[in-house]
Design a protein around this ligand. Structure first.
Ligand code: PLP
Length: 399
């Protein structure tokens, strides 16, 4: 870490992120054109409505939609899209939210899509004043569940595309949209982390929502794309509940720059670089006792692979979660993707590496695995203890 690294000035640890685009770690590496754009606008005035018009055109160009809108986050975009579905362009209704008296206010979502991305997706719906109508069961939903839940109070249906959602026996988007459209219900697709900027609209989404700070490498923001009238109704929420979720000039120009950079990004080159890191880690772990590493594709078919690292606690003398925790400790923290670690594996995500950081990741893995092999007792914190400790830690902030 260079001496002038802002993290050392603030007394913060220089995190190496092999976890993914996590809000809790600072999301992603913002691409240089976005960094420049943010810096260039910060000291200037600009007519924000016009800036939003420019943004709309750029989003339209990339997504093939008629219009687009940039908001504070994808989570904000869910709330505002739901709000728009309820209020339309009724300015008085927009100011009355979250009071939905007199409006259609039911929003349908599959139970298997009611996930947490750090906060519950259904809360982002309720935040607008809407009532969540869950359909099906966590592990199965059918078109008839959707058809049967639509009433004259239905304002919208929300569909989540994510590795978080249950990945089997859910209603495919095309069928979901067909059933909703037959009854005139707009479909809002939360595609926060998905690289595909056109496919969901093609499959029947009316509004599609993305995060600006994930794969795109923009500043913290959300992106809405869809038909002009619907997007306008989302934009109009800035006069109501959107005020507290507003994006500033820097967020808009930064996201615009990231979107434009996406068009000319060397996607193949980036993929090849990521593959090199994965291959390097496979080599570094090869022959390590109790460790098996497999390159696996992204579960929602984003053009991206990760390394799945299985740890046999008998052989390796350490559990997968203890290894993850040890890697995350100390002066050179390596944060792995450990959301399923109770199964005895974690992932290494190569998307957010600075040059040469793959070496440090490999060195830290080797170091911790060799130490574990030398320890007298196996390093095996009961998983329940780790769970409860993590839960207790939430309430410790700011200490
Ligand atoms: C990350 C994520 C969100 C939230 O996006 P933010 O832009 O961080 O608010 C919503 N939905 C899904 C599926 C996500 O992965």
């Amino acid at each position: 870490m260079p001496a002038n690294d802002i993290r050392s000035r603030l007394g913060l640890r220089p995190v190496i992120n092999v976890s993914g685009t996590m809000t809790s770690l600072g999301a992603s590496i913002v691409v240089p054109p976005a960094v420049e754009a943010v810096s260039a606008i910060l000291s200037e005035f600009v007519e924000l409505g016009d800036l939003h018009r420019k943004a709309s055109a750029v989003i339209a160009n990339l997504t093939g939609a008629e219009a687009g809108f940039i908001t504070a986050s994808c989570s904000a975009a869910i709330s505002l899209a739901v709000a728009a579905a309820m209020t339309g362009a009724d300015l008085a209704a927009i100011e009355r939210l979250p009071d939905t008296t007199g409006l259609k206010n039911e929003v349908i979502i599959q139970s298997g899509h009611m996930v947490s991305y750090g906060a519950p997706v259904e809360q982002a719906i309720r935040l607008a004043g809407a009532k969540v109508v869950a359909i099906g069961q966590a592990t199965s939903a059918s078109a008839y569940h959707l058809a049967g839940a639509i009433t004259d109070r239905t304002a919208a249906a929300v569909y989540v595309v994510s590795h978080h959602v249950v990945d089997y026996a859910q209603i495919p988007l095309r069928i979901f949209a067909k059933v909703a459209h037959e009854r005139g219900i707009p479909v809002i697709v939360d595609a926060a982390s998905e690289y595909d900027l056109q496919g969901f609209l093609a499959d029947g989404a009316d509004l599609v929502l993305y995060s600006g700070h994930k794969f795109l490498g923009g500043p913290t923001s959300g992106i809405v794309a869809g038909p002009k009238e619907l997007v306008r109704n989302v934009y109009l929420q800035n006069r109501g509940i959107g005020r507290g979720m507003k994006v500033g000039k820097e967020g808009i120009v930064g996201t615009l720059a990231a979107l434009q950079a996406w068009k000319t990004r060397d996607h193949d080159g980036i993929r090849a670089r990521e593959r090199k890191a994965l291959d390097y880690w496979v080599m570094a772990l090869d022959g390590k006792a109790g460790v098996k590493a497999v390159i696996v594709p992204d579960p929602t078919n984003n053009p991206l692979d990760r390394l799945q690292v299985f740890v046999d606690p008998q052989e390796a003398r350490i559990t997968a979660w203890d290894l993850a925790d040890r890697l995350a400790a100390g002066d050179c923290p390596v944060i792995v993707r450990d959301h399923e670690v109770e199964h005895g594996y974690f992932f290494l995500d190569p998307c957010n590496l600075h040059p040469d950081e793959e070496d440090t990741v490999a060195a830290r893995l080797t170091e911790e695995l060799e130490q574990a092999r030398k320890s007298n007792l196996p390093i095996a914190t009961p998983f329940e203890d780790r769970l409860l400790a993590k839960e207790a830690a939430i309430l410790q902030w700011p200490d």
